[in-house]
Design a binder for this molecule. Structure first.
Ligand code: DC
Length: 236
């Protein structure tokens, strides 16, 4: 029997800087799927906690805040440099949540069990409604273990630091390569050694190392896998 009406979820996990959000967004555009940037939800919750003066170790406090707040993700546009636009209680925080300082702080909040419970519930609710591309660290393992397609996107720390260097240089900054590499290795360590939902490849995820690939090549590869998954779904 045809199951074309059933939504397809595509989970994309991997370490920071592997290009997940860029390729996830482009893939979602090509397939006309919803794109859910789960990192943006952890970032928005961290921003709210800092605004309200809540300690970044207070799991129940930040979870309460995250569940009562109106966190809205809107598609990227010309104002947002390719990133999705993020709003918390009506205020646009697209830029504020992507500073280097915020990236360090959000890793602490993402390690809090109570916050993850609230956000995972919201992610499942959003992704359950329609076909979606969801990116994060635990999508294939925890949030959507039943996803129709799971991708684990990687790149070496050196390649990721190099990409970040180019990105920052394009914005007029002059960062130090060694500092960027150290920051990436630190985030990898925090993301993959935390007690709750650490970054991990699902056993049935397709691993793609993007070191030698352009963004277009990665998106093309994912689109082929996605179309295959869609036609397999129709045949079952
Ligand atoms: O993908 P990102 O850099 O925007 O993620 C921000 C932080 O949130 C990072 O420390 C990893 C964490 N995160 C997570 O723990 N689980 C997710 N599903 C998404 C992000």
């Amino acid at each position: 029997m045809s199951q074309t009406a059933k939504p397809l979820q595509i989970a994309i996990d991997g370490p920071a800087g592997a290009g997940k959000s860029t390729v996830a967004r482009r893939l979602a555009d090509r397939l006309d799927f919803l794109y859910i940037d789960t990192g943006a939800m952890y970032r928005a919750s961290t921003w709210l906690a800092l605004q309200k003066g809540i300690s970044l170790e207070d799991g129940p406090g930040i979870a309460r805040l995250a569940s009562s707040a109106d966190i809205v993700l809107k598609p990227a546009d010309e104002t947002s440099e390719g990133k999705i636009r993020v709003f918390a209680d009506g205020q646009e925080i697209t830029r504020a949540i992507r500073t280097n300082k915020m990236s360090d702080q959000v890793a602490l909040v993402a390690a809090l069990k109570e916050v993850r419970e609230i956000l995972v519930e919201r992610q499942r609710e959003l992704a359950g409604r329609e076909s979606s591309v969801i990116d994060g660290r635990d999508i294939g393992t925890v949030v959507m273990p039943q996803a129709g397609l799971k991708i684990f996107l990687t790149a070496s720390p050196e390649e990721r630091a190099h990409r970040r260097l180019k990105e920052l240089e394009a914005q007029g900054e002059r960062p130090d390569f060694k500092d960027l590499l150290a920051a990436i290795k630190k985030r990898d360590h925090l993301d993959s050694t935390r007690a709750v939902s650490p970054l991990a490849k699902a056993f049935d995820a397709v691993e793609i190392n993007t070191d030698q690939m352009s963004i277009d090549q990665v998106v093309d590869t994912l689109e082929k896998l996605a179309r295959q998954a869609m036609s397999d779904k129709c045949l079952t």
